[in-house]
Design a protein. Structure first.
Length: 83
C-alpha cells in the first residue's frame, strides 16, 4: 500500500460524508475506529516531519510525505506556536 497524506484526507472526508448520509449513515463505532486509525497515521507523519526538521532534511521525502518540487523552497515550514 502506497497511500499518501492526501489519500488519508480523502478517506476522512468520505467518512464524514457517510456519517451525514440520512438514508444510510455509517455506523458510529466504525467511524470512531476510522478516526482512531487516522489519528495514529497523523501522529506517525508528525514524527516523520519532526525527524526531517531535526536533520534539516527539507529536500528529503518519505513514502507518506512526498517532495512535490525539489528546489522549489523548503518542504517544511518553520514550526509555529499555537496560542
Amino acid at each position: 500500500m502506497k497511500n499518501k497524506i492526501e489519500d488519508l484526507r480523502d478517506h476522512l472526508f468520505e467518512v464524514i460524508e457517510a456519517l451525514k448520509d440520512a438514508d444510510n449513515p455509517m455506523d458510529l463505532e466504525r467511524a470512531k475506529t476510522v478516526s482512531a486509525v487516522a489519528q495514529t497515521i497523523i501522529n506517525s507523519a508528525k514524527v516523520e516531519i519532526d525527524a526531517m526538521r531535526a536533520l534539516s532534511a527539507n529536500n528529503l521525502a518519505t513514502d507518506f510525505i512526498p517532495v512535490e518540487r525539489r528546489g522549489a523552497g523548503p518542504l517544511l515550514p518553520a514550526p509555529h506556536r499555537r496560542d
